[in-house]
Design a protein around this ligand. Structure first.
Ligand code: SAH
Length: 194
């Protein structure tokens, strides 16, 4: 097994622990409002689920070998940094979003608008962390199915969800969320003041 594959396995374990810890704190009875998702999001989620598991097939068997590709090691090292950075962002966004986290588009009955910590400059750090994760994975696990497919999968989730999520927060928090949108960027900080 290569060191890059070990990095993936350790990262996968760490992310599973973080997601399970915060996921278990989520209680369905606390949902106040639920927003419909675009059906494409479910396709993206199914693909994303597969892409998280495919590295195990790529590492522990040779069934995916025909989809392997090769890249220089320095790119794989870069991938390890992006991947570990993504893990840090997953963790920070869960800590800052705390009890407002939900696995789908739910407003909880004690929902508060978070505009501090990692949310101070960007509105969707958790989604940023999944893009970082997928980019890191594509460089660490050099297989078209176990790697870059993740970017496509998460792009589908993000592109078909983010407008609905922001509309739901706007409906709930009104001008407070509007002002927050003006000061922040979606995935990267807003550099231009307008
Ligand atoms: N899109 C965010 C959060 C993902 S979790 C991110 O990428 O970091 C999804 C839940 O978070 C949704 O129920 C949404 O209503 C809620 N949410 C998103 N931004 C929020 C914020 N700034 N404050 C409180 N809740 C937020």
């Amino acid at each position: 097994m290569e060191i890059f594959e070990i990095v993936y396995l350790i990262g996968f374990t760490a992310a599973t622990i973080i997601r399970s810890y915060y996921g278990l704190q989520f209680k369905r009875k606390e949902i106040e409002h639920s927003q419909k998702e675009n059906p494409v999001v479910f396709i993206g989620m199914a693909l994303w689920g597969a892409v998280l598991i495919l590295p195990f097939l790529s590492i522990f068997s040779n069934v995916l070998d025909m989809a392997d590709y090769q890249i220089i090691n320095s790119l794989r090292v870069l991938g390890a940094f992006i991947f570990i950075g993504g893990l840090w962002v997953i963790w920070r966004s869960h800590v800052d979003l705390a009890g407002n986290f939900s696995p789908a588009l739910f407003i909880r009955n004690k929902h508060t608008l978070i505009t501090t910590g990692i949310y101070q400059k960007i509105r969707h750090p958790m989604y940023l962390s999944f893009f970082m994760w997928a980019t890191g994975q594509a460089l660490l696990i050099t297989n078209w199915l176990a790697g870059p497919l993740g970017l496509l999968a998460f792009a589908l989730i993000y592109l078909f969800r983010v407008e609905h999520e922001e509309q739901q927060l706007l409906d709930h928090f009104g001008s407070k969320y509007r002002q927050y949108q003006e000061k922040t960027g979606r995935l990267l900080p807003k550099f231009m003041k307008n």
